[in-house]
Design a binder for this molecule. Structure first.
Ligand SMILES: [Zn+2]
Length: 450
């Protein structure tokens, strides 16, 4: 270790680590030494006691774990939270969300992104994969507030070739921005709103420019059935025949993935990942959930997500972790499947891999970026602790996150946000809402037809 002061030392906490076989383990009375945004060492509190540091956080009674990753969201849609309730998917899109999104301005997106980042930092999310419009504005908000993000400018074929070109321009123009905290992807909306020709062109662009692709596919069983009836292929087979399975691909939801899709996904050797956002599936009363067990058996990483708050109502990845564990047990009829340690593996390494950052975040180890959250386990609802993994997944809540650090910078300390002004954002957003939610014009940005 260098003799000059470390930038940050977090000490006295229990640290969640991964062993050589990626099993979750806990190191007690430990310390994390951070220098230039990177974890330099995970050591004992005693060994770190005399090390000089510019900033020191005493974290006794807390667990340090890798920051959570929201692997699929539409952050600015927090502005529509609660606007389209108790509706089936088709009406949700056609009657509310897509008419309202035809009013969307860059300012709405900016305020929504600020509110979303505040919510995520408060809930221990340090990185999010965003798929939306006006993404240059979202990139500015990410740059300013200090989060890490994987961003893609969404497009439909109904926008003509310009949509696809803008997605490419955004991805090339912002990749590596904010000191490397921003990574980018091409972001076609879904196989049911983007033609095979556009998907094929997107796959070619991804390969030519070394870009990943982030899209919705096989979101639910209806989409798979409709695709089979109309085209004789499943949505995953569309991804295969358009070349997208030969790219680094992040698929949102996949609750409509069926048995015949599995060999195709297995062949991608982990280059295709799936993001699961179970709260929305329950709310839309979809008959199934992401087939996590089958995907794990063939080596597909499954990351945790919330989707947008217009369907999920929150950006709480902690809740996605607990729900994934519970729904997996229920749908598999097996209480031994998706243990708390497995849930934490999804929340850490698998989520990092899903957003293409498996080599730089997802575990607290020397050389990884210092994306760290501190979780307070002194509350009555988390005592006593017999099994720390179970306490984290099933007893702790996002509100127990006390401190959030990204790239070595403290973004929330003792629950106080340091880079975002929530009352100012909410005040300005509230004034804009009447214009944003007006549907009297009868327009919509797109038509939903599975
Ligand atoms: Zn989505």
């Amino acid at each position: 270790m260098s003799a000059s002061p470390a930038d940050l030392i977090v000490t006295g906490c229990t640290v969640l680590v991964h062993d050589g076989d990626e099993r979750i383990a806990f190191r007690e009375d430990a310390a994390i030494v951070v220098r230039e945004g990177v974890i330099e060492a995970v050591t004992t509190a005693a060994a770190a006691a005399d090390l000089p540091a510019t900033e020191r956080i005493e974290a006794r009674g807390q667990v340090a774990m890798p920051g959570l990753v929201n692997c699929h969201t539409h952050a600015p849609m927090v502005a529509l939270r609660g606007l389209a309730e108790d509706l089936p998917t088709e009406e949700w899109f056609n009657d509310v969300v897509w008419p309202v999104e035809s009013n969307l301005t860059g300012k709405d997106v900016e305020l929504g992104a600020r509110l979303a980042c505040a919510e995520m930092i408060r809930g221990g999310v340090t990185c999010f994969a965003d798929h939306y419009f006006h993404m240059d504005v979202v990139a500015d908000v990410v740059t300013e507030c200090g989060m890490r993000a994987h961003l893609g400018e969404a497009y439909f074929s109904s926008q003509g070739p310009r949509g696809r070109e803008r997605s490419l321009e955004f991805a090339l123009g912002h990749r590596g921005a904010a000191g490397g905290r921003i990574t980018t992807a091409l972001a076609p909306h879904a196989p049911y709103t983007v033609t095979d020709a556009d998907l094929t062109a997107t796959a070619e662009l991804a390969r030519a420019h070394g870009l990943p692709v982030h899209l919705h596919a096989a979101e639910n069983r209806d989409q798979t059935d409709t695709s089979l009836a109309r085209h004789g292929v499943t949505p995953v087979e569309v991804l295969d025949r358009t070349g997208l399975l030969d790219t680094d691909l992040l698929v949102a939801h996949g609750t409509g993935i069926i048995e015949r899709d599995l060999p195709l996904l297995a062949r991608t050797r982990g280059r295709t990942a799936v993001a699961t956002a179970p709260r929305g599936y329950l709310k839309f009363a979809w008959p199934g959930t992401t087939p996590v067990r089958a995907l794990r058996a063939i080596g597909v990483p499954v990351g945790l997500a919330t989707d947008g708050a217009a369907s999920n109502n929150s950006l709480d990845v902690w809740e996605s972790m607990a729900l994934t564990s519970l729904i997996q047990k229920s749908t598999e009829g097996d209480p031994r499947w998706l243990t708390s340690r497995q849930a934490l593996h999804h929340a850490t390494l698998q989520s990092a891999r899903a957003v293409g950052l498996g080599g730089s975040i997802g575990t607290l180890a020397p050389g990884r970026r210092a994306d760290i959250i501190l979780v307070d386990l002194t509350g009555p609802h988390t005592r006593p602790v017999h099994d720390l993994a179970a306490t984290l997944v099933h007893s702790a809540r996002s509100a127990d996150v006390r401190t959030t650090v990204v790239d070595g910078r403290v973004l929330m300390r003792d629950r106080e946000l340091l880079t975002l002004d929530v009352p100012a954002v909410v005040g300005e957003l509230d004034r804009r809402l009447p214009a944003l939610i007006d549907r009297s014009h009868g327009r919509r940005i797109q038509e939903y037809d599975t």
